[in-house]
Design a protein around this ligand. Sequence first.
Ligand code: SF4
Length: 122
Amino acid sequence: MTEKELICVNCPMGCRVRVQLDGDKVVSVSGNSCIRGKLYAEKECVRPERILTTTVKVENGSHRVIPVITDKEIPLDMIFEAMEIIKKAAVSAPVSEGQIIIENILGSGANVIASRSMNKVK
Ligand code: SF4
């Protein structure tokens, strides 16, 4: 049996949450003040997820790259492979904020979307 201590990042209270693990199985969670802390700690210990932010190449745009973000968290163990796909991607200007650049990346259910707009230049 092992114990991990995490700080819940879901709200400014920052509760210290302790998780008892038997291998990779969560046995108990304590220290959380609400259910969100329990769910966060369980996910963080079993299969952590993160929002991915990076940039994608733009053709004919006012800048060479545009900032992008996943519209939901993806498993942390997919980040490297997702970055390899995003590095090879390119989009043509104009680009609208929220436009899907890569749909359902790696089957994660998350889309990579533009986090700003960009005009086309001639
Ligand atoms: S456990 Fe609940 S109250 Fe505590 S930091 Fe997380 S979200 Fe906030």
